[in-house]
Design a protein around this ligand. Sequence first.
Ligand code: UTP
Length: 311
Amino acid sequence: MSSPSARPATKAVIPVAGMGTRFLPATKAVPKELLPVVDRPALAYIVEEAARAGLPEVLMVTGRNKGAIEDFFDRTPELEAALEKKGDADRLAEVRASTDVAQVYFVRQGEARGLGHAVLQAAAFVGDEPFAVLLGDDLIDERDHLLEQMLAVQAEHGGSVIALLDVGRENIDKYGAVAVEPRPDAAAASGDEVVLVTGLVEKPPVDEAPSSLAIIGRYVLEPQIFAVLRETAPGRGDEIQLTDALATLVERGRPVHGVVFSGRRYDTGDRLDYLKAVIRLASERDDLGPPLRAWLHEFVADLPAEGASSS
Ligand code: UTP
């Protein structure tokens, strides 16, 4: 086991350069990371999560057609002046908070050559420290402190840490999958299980998957990942896969731990999960929740039985 890293992670990288094909045609003109979850872009929740976890410096890896993301995190003096003039203090505070939450930087990926390639664009920004990667379409409920737990595991054990979710064997071919060994001595503060990752494979056929544990969109990576990414050939889908680079780190004996998440997570790049996120988060809000819940009860009572299960 390597010695824990002397320096804790202070920077977050959010790749947002993907094409968002699952959400076409909406994503022809609007980046999927800006689709509103209630009244805030999915990406705003993710930047807030990074800041809450103690990572106030955020680099977004963007691409063509993603200019609106830079606009969202820029100041809007005209809008702020108009709200001030109208005396709309609440909305003014919300508009300001969305830009003040973190120091946001941007770099371009150039070509969408895969998540590993997107992460590689952050090398100069990150330097020689561990850092977090949060996928721009993967929303973790703010009551579940996944990233904080992962940062704590990284600070204690060094190496890299990935977030895992049991998606069931029948769904594993849509994800990166892992082989793991238990680490009963390393439970996370929340009680989420911590495991040692012994192998990784991107989107394996169901009958070849090493487990039903899928990699989800939070990583805390050691800076050694950049050297490995530089020599990682395009893999699945002809893209440079972060999963392949992590597999190389494991093969070279570097520690990679997994935190098996048991909380609430929404893939906002997936239409059904996106709808679930909007409904759940809106129904729990003080302002919208009471009328929405009342309407949902009526709506559900009138629905024909479908036999579909909910999650
Ligand atoms: P996804 O595979 O979910 O993104 O990548 P995608 O390609 O945009 O989605 P679909 O499948 O076509 O609908 C996970 C994350 O990695 C980023 C995406 O923006 C997303 O946040 N990504 C992916 C990049 O930044 N660059 C890439 O080359 C690929």
